[in-house]
Design a protein around this ligand. Structure first.
Ligand code: CTP
Ligand code: CA
Length: 224
């Protein structure tokens, strides 16, 4: 499929997508992160671009390929992702936060590498600070003409947790998946999701390729 022959229903829409993990530095050679590959976000950005949108991606460290027409801002940490998104958000029509943002960042050890032989009897003890919730921040700043999509990774109570996040973060739609299901979530080419929207919609989609999930998400946003 190429841009010339795909639908152009997102033409004129400025779309912001966050994707990938964030890396939270502990010392010059170590960080705290997670296995996100950025594939779901790349599929959403690519589908939006194919459908005519002007797409900006804020990407944590990952190696996904994006069409050359998509603008890409690379960041490492949650604080950097937060600041890039806040700068971009006022000029966007739609935001879609797929990034697996690290909820916590280690309180940095310092500029010198932590040496293993300096450890005491209690082993390595690391303290963490909480990172800003980027999606919730965009939700607070959201204008009535803007639309915001979030994701939710849950191990239990999926509906209650996902709907709670949708309300709390002022979302129009939330795409939830169970993290302990094979063929879903991190580092998988497929995803099995349940989609809630602010109009009361609740749909369970079958296990689908992430590209197919992305196309359906844009269809669903248009339908609500
Ligand atoms: N998110 C974000 N910034 C964060 C944490 C999460 O933008 N610091 C976004 C994610 O990109 C996702 C949504 O919030 O779209 C939900 O992420 P999730 O990790 O499922 O939920 P949290 O709100 O972080 O709560 P918890 O991890 O405790 O379930
Ligand atoms: Ca989280």
């Amino acid at each position: 499929i190429c841009r010339a022959i795909s639908p152009d229903d997102l033409s004129g829409q400025r779309v912001l997508v966050t994707l990938g993990p964030t890396r939270e530095r502990f010392d010059p050679v170590r960080f705290w992160s997670n296995p996100s590959t950025g594939r779901m976000g790349a599929a959403l950005a690519t589908a939006a671009w194919l459908r005519g949108a002007e797409v900006t991606v804020v990407a944590g460290p990952c190696s996904v390929a994006l069409p050359p027409g998509v603008r890409r801002v690379d960041v490492q940490t949650a604080l950097e992702m937060d600041s890039a998104c806040r700068d971009l958000w006022p000029s966007m029509d739609v935001g879609c936060c797929t990034a697996a943002v690290a909820d916590f960042r280690p309180i940095a050890f310092g500029d010198a590498k932590m040496k293993k032989d300096a450890l005491g009897a209690s082993g390595l003890v690391v303290s963490f600070d909480e990172n800003p919730d980027i999606l919730a921040g965009l939700g607070t700043l959201k204008r009535p003409d803007q639309r915001l999509i979030g994701f939710a990774a849950e191990s239990h109570d999926l509906a209650a947790n996902a709907q709670g996040k949708m309300q709390r973060k002022h979302l129009d739609m939330i795409v939830a998946n169970l993290v302990n299901v094979p063929g879903s979530g991190f580092a998988s080419g497929t995803n099995q999701v349940r989609v809630f929207d602010r109009c009361g919609g609740d749909e369970s989609w079958p296990q689908l390729d992430k590209t197919e999930v992305a196309w359906r998400i844009w269809d669903h946003l248009a339908a609500i």
